[in-house]
Design a protein around this ligand. Structure first.
Ligand code: SAH
Ligand code: F3S
Length: 486
């Protein structure tokens, strides 16, 4: 669970918000928002906070003081949904103490369950899907009048490009900037295309403006977010799938992901640029060349593969083979030799045999990923896999295979981390180390966490750190001075 807080609620976009009693004598309303799941959800919560700040809602971290609780939910695996339901149970006692308290469910579970949510969870007053956040003021007004409110309409256009997010729980150094919404891939296991709709890209101008504003506020690193960033395509608005129907002029002036990366890298040459997530089938070589060309684009690619077996990749409708994936990794390593690569893996997809599982382990041995995010297959209602394939791998088998995958990743992470020992690397300081207030934590370009004694440096500085030791998750060293980028 992550509790979010607007660290500087008085300031928003240069305007001072009305935080106290207004002229009519009514009190400022307090909103508590918490987010689950992917980075996009955390980013969306910042958009929601922005929309509601204009309605007089101040974010609070004290849940018992809230007039409105919003939960931004995740549907990706059954466990994620269960976590949210357990959390909703907890809100019951709060409602008993404060009958005026309203509870809204946002995000992917809202979209997936729609009106059913109101029946299944009596505590819920409002159900709002990921494309309907601009309707929140109206929905809240309905709820305040005593009726339940639902808006789960998916949009062809909405990118929230015109909303300046209120940064929640921010370290003041790193921020997310969303660039696409939805997904047109139909990976058979995945619920995202159903909950977040068709793919559309955000106006590059608004992306660059947001990044310029972040730089002016002291931010030093942005992560461009999308379900499938390499598929970014701006031709004046509209769905990616309608690009065919665009005019010749629109086609000739279209902005692709590598163009966007270049624009952003040039707009703020000292801002670190990251992006997530890349789907191997949509990643093109021009993206890798652009990464190599600009020093401020970080040498790290999250490149989920899900399985090392061609048979399973086909059943997942991942539109590449194992050999094509390995060839892509080889090209990345040729062009950017020190590029870190991470994976997502699913253990126990329907019909997965021991041989398929061994293919996954052998792919991992071939690539030797720096990091990984690994999951047991969880059947999601409505997906093609749920409709067509029986969830036939026993839980024990899924868990055992998952453990083998995780153990191998641990081994590789340690080997990859050891490669940094003895090197002096640029680190952007993000805050205190979790373990000691005498140490800072930051990241190197490969996204590895680096911990070192604070000395006289401060949060947001770019420093050079000599790496002396490591675990599978953390590099440890000593700062030897500022980086030239400071
Ligand atoms: N393109 C997306 C992927 C979203 S889902 C992104 O931006 O991250 C994140 C990861 O969750 C996937 O890569 C996959 O490994 C995992 N996942 C998705 N659906 C799943 C399911 N039904 N069961 C288990 N893991 C799943
Ligand atoms: Fe899901 Fe595949 Fe898109 S994993 S988000 S359908 S790229």
């Amino acid at each position: 669970m992550l509790q979010e807080e607007n660290k500087n609620p008085n300031k928003y976009n240069g305007e001072v918000l009305e935080l106290h009693t207004d002229e009519a004598g009514s009190k400022t309303k307090k909103m508590f928002i918490e987010s689950y799941g992917c980075q996009m959800n955390f980013s969306d919560s910042e958009i929601v906070a922005s929309i509601l700040s204009k309605e007089g809602f101040q974010t609070t971290t004290a849940i018992e003081q809230a007039d409105l609780i919003l939960v931004n939910t995740c549907s990706i695996r059954e466990k994620a949904e269960q976590t949210v339901r357990n959390r909703l149970d907890k809100f019951n006692s709060l409602k008993r103490n404060n009958p005026n308290l309203k509870v809204g469910v946002l995000g992917c579970m809202a979209e997936r369950l729609k009106h059913k949510f109101l029946e299944e969870e009596k505590i819920v007053d409002m159900v709002v899907g990921p494309d309907a956040y601009k309707d929140l003021p109206n929905l809240i007004a309905e709820v305040e009048q005593g009726t339940d409110a639902v808006n789960v309409i998916l949009s062809k256009e909405e990118t929230y490009g015109d909303i300046a997010p209120v940064r929640l729980n921010s370290n003041g150094v790193t921020a997310f900037v969303s660039i696409t919404r939805g997904c047109d891939n139909m990976c058979t296991f995945c619920v995202v295309p159903f909950t977040r709709g068709r793919e559309r890209s955000r106006d590059p101008q608004s992306i660059v403006e947001e990044i310029n504003e972040l730089w002016d506020k002291g931010f030093k690193e942005v992560t461009l977010l999308g379900q499938n960033v390499d598929s970014y395509l701006w031709y004046g608005g509209g769905l990616k799938k309608d690009f065919e129907k665009a005019s010749d002029f629109q086609k000739a002036t279209a902005v692709r992901f590598s163009d966007l990366l270049e624009k952003v890298a040039l707009a703020q040459p000292k801002m670190r640029i990251r992006f997530s997530t890349s789907n191997p089938q949509d990643m093109t070589l021009d993206v890798i060349h652009t990464m190599a060309k600009y020093e401020n684009i970080c040498n790290y690619i999250h490149l989920p593969v899900q399985s090392g077996s061609d048979r399973i990749l086909k059943k997942m409708i991942r539109l590449h083979t194992r050999a094509e994936y390995i060839a892509l990794i080889e090209q990345i390593k040729n062009i950017i030799p020190d590029c870190a690569i991470s994976q997502d893996m699913i253990a126990g997809f329907p019909t997965e045999t021991e041989e398929d599982h061994q293919d996954t382990l052998s792919l991992m041995e071939t690539v030797q990923y720096a990091f990984g995010f690994m999951f047991a297959y969880s059947e999601r209602p409505g997906t093609m896999a749920a409709r067509k394939f029986e969830d036939d791998i026993p839980l024990e088998t899924k868990k055992r295979r998952l453990t083998e995958i995780i153990n191998m990743q641990q081994k590789h992470s340690l080997l990859e981390m050891k490669k940094h020992i003895g090197k002096t690397e640029e680190v952007l300081i993000e805050g205190d180390s979790k373990k000691s207030a005498d140490f800072f934590m930051g990241r190197n370009t490969q996204n590895a966490v680096v911990v070192f004694p604070k000395e006289s440096y401060k949060v947001g500085d770019y420093v050079m750190v000599t790496i002396e030791d490591c675990t599978a998750a953390t590099l440890k060293g000593n700062a030897v001075g500022y980086s030239k980028n400071n």
